[in-house]
Design a protein. Structure first.
Length: 130
């Protein structure tokens, strides 16, 4: 089972792709709690050049709350990470964690339904980027 969902975008910039993803996440009830610019971080910490790569830490509070109520350690797997990367100029790849795949390792059957609903929302985010 793949542990992520993904989609490629053409004819956009890296910055516009991040804005579009953030907007579509919001439409599905997610907020972006963190934004990690890996290119800048790796340059600062290791003095290496890396391509555009940003990690968005997305959270849907009602689902996070529901998951925390049935599994108090699930916070170790939150928030849902969504990455935006540009390996080739003009081609932006968006990838999101597949919560259903992540939850397989958690021995709590009550999480399966929640994970499926969150996965469906993340799938819609990617679909709506068209």
């Amino acid at each position: 089972m793949k542990y992520y969902l993904n989609k490629s975008l053409k004819n956009t910039t890296f910055e516009k792709a991040i804005a579009r993803v953030t907007h579509e996440l919001k439409n599905e009830g997610f907020g972006v709690l963190t934004e990690i610019n890996m290119k800048a971080t790796l340059k600062k910490k290791l003095n290496v050049d890396f391509y555009n790569y940003t990690i968005l830490g997305a959270c849907n509070p009602p689902f996070a709350y529901e998951a925390l109520q049935v599994e108090d350690k699930i916070g170790t797997m939150l928030p849902c990470n969504v990455i935006v990367q540009e390996k080739e100029k003009g081609t932006i790849e968006i990838s999101a964690v597949d919560p259903a795949a992540s939850m397989i390792s958690v021995e709590n059957k009550n999480l399966a339904g929640i994970a499926k609903e969150v996965r469906d929302k993340l799938k819609r985010v990617l679909k709506n980027l068209d």
